[in-house]
Each structure stands twice: as structure tokens, then as C-alpha cells.
Design a protein around this ligand. Structure first.
Ligand code: ADP
Length: 267
């Protein structure tokens, strides 16, 4: 049960009006179409932290992975992206992180066109984005503390600042007593919480989580969602993909669905 998460969304993803049952593509690019708030608040007027405009992605074999995707989110939004395996969820997140580039259309993250960034400028933007993966991607021969601190080392933080951030972040994910464990000594849920700590220890304004509960049982999945929710309460914009529609049905955050590589309002 994930009923502890039932509450009103504190934020509203802003996406073009579209019916979940419709099979038609999204009608207009976001910034030309009247947007609809999925939440209870009025449409925010702040500049979007994420803005996709008519994004299409074809991989090398020319098979479409995403077709005509329009989406905008402002700071503080929390959005679930659901849809069946192979629909294009991971591809969308990879493009938000600059790991894949759109074939056509544009993706702006915090006002920067990430599809056109390269080298240091792309690296700088990526530092402001935390990423969580289904399979955790922890470094096996490093402890939890080392895995989390690694990001800060790489970004040139001082030892003093690393020592300040580490305990706060580990406590936030409930791993303060497991800092010296290796990933193989942790449960799946603990590994995922360590990976969340690693993703947010640099206080990024945006967190992308690709099927973060995909390998977890109900209780652990619930804990992970609770942490993501807490991070969102702290002001971090959160995007979560999941194929688990039953889970998102129990929550009240905005949900969009990718079906056959197109994006639809789900709720
Ligand atoms: P999901 O995350 O919803 O399971 P993906 O984004 O992983 O979906 O995949 C969307 C489509 O793109 C699928 O048809 C998949 O086979 C294809 N795809 C994903 N990655 C690649 C790749 N690197 N090369 C070619 N095709 C890919």
C-alpha cells in the first residue's frame, strides 16, 4: 500500500490538454497551445525548468522512440511518467539529461537547449541534475559514503564541505548507520536510497529517477517514493518514470503516459 502518499499535489506539471483515452498525438507544441494545469493551483507563470517542444527521437535504425513530445514543468513540480516497457520513458529521461539528443525539436533545461550543449557546458548543466537508475549503478568496491562523496570530489568540493554534506544526506535517506557498508552488503532498497543520496548530495534543482522502484518490493518502493516526495517538498523538481500504473494510481501527483512513443495526459 502506498496510501501514505495520498495527498494533494503541491505542484502542477504543465502539459498540453489531452485526453488519456485519445490515441491522437498531442495537438500543438506547448508554447503555442493553451496549457492545462494538472494540479489544483493556477498555472504557474515561472519560467519552466523543463520545456520540450515537438521533440522526436529516432535511434540509429530509424525506429521512432518518441514522437512529437511537448511538456513543461516549473520549479517544484513532481511528475510521474508512466507507460509500458519500450514506450520511450527512459529515452525521454536520457534526453532530459543530455545523454541522448532529440532527432528534431528542442529540449530546454533551465533555459538552456541541452540538445545543443557539448563538452564543459553540457557537463556543467549535468551537475545540476541528479539521476537515479533502476539498477542503482553504485560503485561496488566503494562504501556508501565513498559512493556518495565521489560526486562531490569530482565536482571539486572541499573536504570540509564534503564532511558537512555527507552525514546530512545519508541521514535524509536513513543510511547514517550504513555509511561504511559496501553495496553488496545492502538490501535493494538501501542501495536505491544510497543512489538517491548520491544524486542529491550536490543539491541539484532537478532530480530524474528512471524506474527507481522497478527492482523493489512494496515496502521498499514506498520508502523510495517517500524520500522523493520529501526532496520535492524541499523544492527539488522531480521526474519519475515507472511502468507501475497501480502505484501511481494511489498517489495524487500529476501523471503523464507514454504510449506508442507519444505523450498523453494520464491524470
Ligand atoms: P522504456 O523506458 O519505456 O522501456 P525506452 O526508452 O528504453 O523505453 O525505449 C524506447 C524504444 O527505443 C524501444 O523500442 C527501444 O527498443 C528503443 N531503444 C532504446 N534505446 C535504444 C538504442 N540505444 N538503440 C536503438 N533503439 C533503442
Amino acid at each position: 500500500m502506498i496510501s501514505i502518499l495520498s495527498r494533494k499535489p503541491r505542484s502542477s506539471a504543465v502539459i498540453p490538454k489531452h485526453s488519456a483515452n485519445s490515441t491522437a498525438p498531442l495537438p500543438e507544441p506547448l508554447n503555442q497551445a493553451p496549457a492545462e494545469s494538472l494540479g489544483t493551483r493556477p498555472i504557474p507563470t515561472a519560467a519552466p525548468i523543463i520545456a520540450l517542444n515537438r521533440v522526436c527521437k529516432n535511434y540509429a535504425n530509424n525506429t521512432p522512440a518518441l514522437i512529437d513530445i511537448n511538456l513543461a514543468m516549473v520549479k517544484g513540480d513532481f511528475l510521474f511518467i508512466t507507460g509500458p516497457s519500450g514506450a520511450g520513458k527512459s529515452t525521454l529521461l536520457k534526453m532530459l539529461y543530455g545523454e541522448e539528443k532529440p532527432t528534431t525539436g528542442s529540449i530546454h533545461i533551465n533555459g538552456q537547449n541541452i540538445g545543443q550543449l557539448k563538452g564543459d557546458r553540457l557537463a556543467m548543466l549535468r551537475r545540476r541534475i541528479g539521476v537515479v537508475y533502476q539498477d542503482y549503478k553504485l560503485i561496488p568496491l566503494r562504501t556508501v559514503a565513498e559512493n556518495v562523496a565521489f560526486v562531490l570530489h569530482a565536482q571539486g568540493y572541499s573536504r570540509k564541505e564534503i564532511n558537512r554534506r555527507l552525514p546530512i544526506t545519508l541521514k535524509m535517506v536513513g543510511l547514517q548507520d550504513k555509511a561504511d557498508r559496501f553495496p553488496s552488503q545492502l538490501s535493494g532498497g538501501e542501495q536505491q536510497r544510497a543512489s538517491i543520496a548520491r544524486a542529491v548530495v550536490g543539491t541539484p534543482p532537478l532530480l530524474l529517477a528512471d524506474e527507481p522502484t522497478g527492482n523493489l518490493d512494496g515496502d521498499n518502493a514506498q520508502q523510495v517514493i517517500k524520500i522523493l516526495r520529501r526532496l520535492n517538498d524541499m523544492g527539488i523538481t522531480v521526474v519519475v518514470t515507472t511502468h507501475d500504473e497501480a502505484m501511481v494510481q494511489q498517489l495524487t501527483y500529476p501523471v503523464v503516459q507514454i504510449r506508442s512513443h507519444r505523450l498523453y495526459n494520464f491524470r
